[in-house]
Design a binder for this molecule. Structure first.
Ligand code: SAH
Length: 376
C-alpha cells in the first residue's frame, strides 16, 4: 500500500550513492513463503532509496539546491536560522533544513491547540519494537502508537509492511545504518528525538524486533530521561522468537534444551575478543541464538566445537525471517558457515544452534540419518 501523502525525510545525504543490493543471483535454498522475486527486500538500502525517490526529495550535500517543503499552508523556504538559540537545533537544521520547518510547524500546531499540550509541555517519546518484519507480529499497542505519531524515526530493520501502517499526516525519518556506513550517529538520533519531544510532538522511534534486545534502546532511553523526557517502551517480538516460531523450533524443550542464550556476533568497539563467550556457551543442553553473527560465525563455530559442543549439533541460519523474502539454510554446526557462504546469505540473518533445531519440520532428515550412520 503506498502512502502518497506521507512525507519521507531521508537523513542520509549519501542515500543516492548507497550500494545497490543485488539479489538477482540468489536462489532460495528453502523458503517458507517463497516469492517469485527476491529483489524487493524490505530491508535493503534499495528499499530506502525507493522510498526516498518516491517522494522525489533530492538532497545536495552542498545545499545549493534545497528541496522545498510542500505541506500545504506550511510550505515555506527552508532557510537555516542564523540566530538559532540552540546549537543542537541548529546542527540538525544545518544538515536537513526541512527539519527546522517541521519543528516550527509542530510548535505552531501545539500553540494553536493549547488544551492538548501535555502538562510538562513535552511530547511523548515511544520506543517501539516492530518485530522481525511480518506486520502481523506487531503488538496492538505498537499499531496504536504508530498510527497516532507525528514523527517516526526508523532504521533498516523496520520492514516496509510495518511502515505502511503509518498515518497519512505523519513524518517518517530514515535514520538507519547500512553496512560500513553510518548515516546518522547514535548521538544525532538522540538529539533528534529530544528536539521533537521538546516541540511537543509524539515521537516514535521504531526498532526492529524488541527495542531492548541488541537494539541500543537502553542508550536512547537513558539520554532522554536525563533530559527529563519520559520514554515509554513498547516491546516487540525479538527475531529469536519470531523466527523460531516460523520455523517450528522450540527454543527450549523438556529433556533437550533447558535454557536459551542470545549472543551477539559483533565485536564491541574497543572490546576484547567478541567471542569470549564461546567457552561458557558451549553447552549441548542449551540453545544459542546469534544475532549479527554472519561474519564471525566461522570463528564462533570453531570455538564452540573446541570447547566441547559436538560438531554435528543441528544449526540454522535464517535471512529476513518472517518476511516474504525469508531464506534459510540448515546444517550441522561444523558445516553451517560453508553453507551460508554457498547460499550467499546477507544481513539480517539470525543463527540458531542447538539440538532443538532438529525438531523443526524443515530440518532435512538426510542430516539426521547421516549423523546416525556416523554414530553406528
Ligand atoms: N532488536 C532486534 C535485534 C537487532 S540486532 C531484535 O530484537 O530482533 C540486528 C540483528 O537481529 C540482525 O543482524 C539479525 O541477526 C537479527 N535479525 C533481526 N531481524 C531479523 C530478521 N527478520 N531475520 C533475520 N535476522 C534478523
Amino acid at each position: 500500500m503506498a502512502l502518497p501523502y506521507t512525507h519521507h525525510y531521508d537523513l542520509s545525504f549519501s542515500a543516492l550513492n548507497l550500494k545497490k543490493f543485488d539479489s538477482s543471483h540468489l536462489q532460495p535454498i528453502c523458503c517458507l513463503r517463497c516469492n517469485s522475486s527476491v529483489s524487493s527486500s524490505p530491508f535493503t538500502e534499495k528499499h530506502s532509496l525507493q522510498r526516498y525517490q518516491r517522494d522525489q526529495w533530492v538532497y545536495n550535500n552542498n545545499n545549493q539546491q534545497r528541496p522545498s517543503l510542500s505541506c500545504g499552508d506550511e510550505a515555506a523556504s527552508c532557510s537555516v536560522p542564523a540566530d538559532s538559540d540552540s546549537i543542537r537545533l541548529n546542527d540538525i537544521t544545518l544538515q536537513l533544513p526541512e527539519l527546522r520547518k517541521l519543528l516550527q510547524v509542530l510548535k505552531h500546531k501545539r500553540e494553536s491547540c493549547g488544551g492538548q499540550v501535555p502538562k510538562n509541555g513535552l511530547g511523548d517519546v515511544f520506543l517501539v519494537g516492530t518485530g522481525p518484519g511480518d506486520p502481523d507480529l506487531l503488538t496492538l499497542k505498537a499499531v496504536k502508537v504508530i498510527q497516532k505519531a507525528d514523527l517516526l524515526l526508523y532504521d533498516r530493520l523496520v520492514s516496509n509492511a510495518v511502515l505502511d501502517l503509518v498515518g497519512p499526516d505523519a513524518r517518517l525519518l530514515y535514520v538507519g545504518k547500512t553496512a560500513g556506513y553510518h548515516s546518522r550517529t547514535q548521538e544525532e538520533i538522540h538529539e533528534l528525538l529530544l528536539s521533537f519531544a521538546e516541540a511537543g510532538a509524539t515521537v516514535v522511534r521504531l526498532k526492529g524486533g524488541d527495542p531492548l534486545v541488541f537494539g541500543r534502546g537502553g542508550e536512547e532511553m537513558d539520554f532522554l530521561q536525563q533530559q527529563g523526557i519520559q520514554v515509554k517502551v513498547i516491546p516487540g517480538i525479538t527475531a529469536a522468537s519470531g523466527i523460531s516460531a516460523e520455523l517450528g523450533i522450540p527454543l527450549t524443550h523438556r529433556g533437550i534444551a533447558n535454557s536459551v542464550r542470545f549472543l551477539t556476533g559483533h565485536s564491541r568497539k574497543g572490546g576484547t575478543d567478541p567471542l569470549f563467550v564461546a567457552e561458557n556457551a558451549a553447552d549441548p543442553d542449551s540453545t544459542l541464538v546469534v544475532y549479527m553473527g554472519l561474519s564471525t560465525l566461522p570463528s564462533l563455530a570453531q570455538k564452540l566445537i573446541h570447547h566441547g559442543l559436538p560438531p554435528d549439533t543441528p544449526a540454522t541460519a535464517v535471512e529476513r525471517g518472517t518476511t516474504p523474502q525469508q531464506r534459510m539454510v540448515f546444517a550441522e554446526l561444523k558445516d553451517l558457515a560453508d553453507k551460508i557462504k554457498t547460499a550467499e546469505l546477507v544481513s539480517p540473518t539470525l543463527i540458531i544452534i542447538g539440538k532443538v533445531v532438529a525438531l523443526s519440520p524443515f530440518w532435512p532428515q538426510s542430516l539426521t540419518e547421516a549423523s546416525r550412520l556416523v554414530e553406528v
